[in-house]
Design a protein around this ligand. Structure first.
Ligand code: KG4
Ligand code: ZN
Length: 345
């Protein structure tokens, strides 16, 4: 499509964890480029993300990734309407690299700066491939650091109806994967090995939080898996890794599905979306697809590459923030524990 004067081009930057990413997004929903340098291989040897290594690698890669995003989009920096950057939540040193790069580019070019909440980015990933999706809808956000059930009331307006009390869903996947010897990152490995296992082989608990029916708690489940592994070891019984993985995964999915469907029903809405790294889990997607189909709920999800961290989603979120008039000054800082719906400046 030809560009016209009203078009909004966002140069988006993401560096909150272990992906150095930049993208160019047109009018919030059209991705012209989406460059991701993944550091996963670098952290795998340590069994998890090492913050100091992540920050250093971001510094090495950030300019290269930004340049490549512009080249692939066939755009120049001067063509950009705004620069959007993740400023929280995430690892402080990692976030600072993206925020500093965005501020420097904005200062040198005069292009406005828009700070973006990482989780809002995950939610907005749904707008990219589902052109007809508009708020209001319910969204389950499940990533390495977050598990939230959210009502997206309008663009950039969120009501959190459920949250995790302890571990995030992705964190539980990563910890259990380490315990059963699958290594990092745990989510995709458990997803894969579970296909060979029996999800009914071991019964693990489905935790409920009394008085907060949409909240999640995954640390008890993680302990139950560890206890099961210990007791097998003590009895000299051989562990079937695929069965344990599949049974653990089923316990997580049952809770996520149950809370989500109840949340959608009680919200009176008929649209439901998922977001975040765990949203790429194949069994979770299948289970939600089925439940939504049976109940006449329209189900939306990003493609696999847009579930895990990327900058295209930051460009989508940045667009709606820009349209609302959000602009940040050069005092924009990294906020490692930024809450959803909380904004700086
Ligand atoms: O959204 P994300 O890329 O980063 C954060 O913002 O945290 O999510 C990463 C998390 C990790 O915990 C990873 O194990 C999990 O998402 N994950 C998965 C799958 N792919 C990634 N969990 C379950 N199944 C998957 N296929
Ligand atoms: Zn993320």
């Amino acid at each position: 499509m030809l560009d016209n004067k009203e078009d909004v081009f966002i140069l988006a930057i993401e560096s909150s964890c272990d992906e150095t990413a930049a993208a160019v997004v047109k009018n919030g929903r059209e991705v012209l480029s989406n460059i991701i340098y993944s550091q996963i291989a670098l952290h795998t040897v340590y069994g998890g993300v090492v913050p100091e290594i992540a920050s250093r690698k971001h510094i090495e890669k950030i300019n290269q990734v930004i340049e490549q995003a512009l080249i692939e989009a066939d755009k120049k920096l001067e063509d950009m309407t705004a620069i959007a950057v993740t400023y929280g939540p995430g690892l402080v040193g990692a976030l600072l690299v993206g925020v500093s790069a965005a501020k420097a580019i904005s200062f040198a070019s005069g292009i406005p700066l828009v700070g973006v909440h990482h989780i809002e980015g995950h939610i907005c990933a749904n707008y990219i491939e589902n052109k007809e999706l508009e708020p209001p809808f319910v969204c389950l956000v499940v990533s390495g650091g977050h598990s939230h059930l959210v009502v997206v009331k309008a663009y950039g307006e969120y009501e959190i109806i459920g949250r995790t009390r302890d571990d995030a869903a992705g964190e539980a996947f990563d910890k259990v994967a380490r315990a059963i010897g699958l290594g990092y990152p745990g989510g995709p490995k458990i997803d894969k090995v579970s296909k060979e296992g029996n999800p009914e082989a071991v019964h693990f608990p489905r935790a409920k939080v009394v008085g907060a029916e949409y909240d999640f708690s995954f640390s008890g489940l993680k302990s139950a898996v560890l206890n099961y592994l210990n007791s097998c070891e003590m009895k000299g019984e051989k562990i079937n890794t695929a069965d344990v993985a599949a049974s653990f995964q089923k316990a997580v999915i049952d809770v996520l599905v149950e809370h989500s469907i109840r949340g959608v029903k009680e919200s009176g809405l008929d649209k439901f979306a998922i977001a975040g790294g765990v949203a790429s889990n194949s069994s979770l997607r299948e289970a939600l697809e089925k439940e939504c189909r049976e109940r006449g709920i329209r189900f939306y999800h990003p493609s696999l590459a847009l579930c895990t961290d990327n900058a295209a989603m930051i460009g989508a979120a940045g667009y709606y923030e820009y349209k609302k008039g959000v602009r940040h000054g050069f005092d924009l800082n990294a906020v490692p524990n930024l809450k959803l719906g909380e904004r700086m400046g």
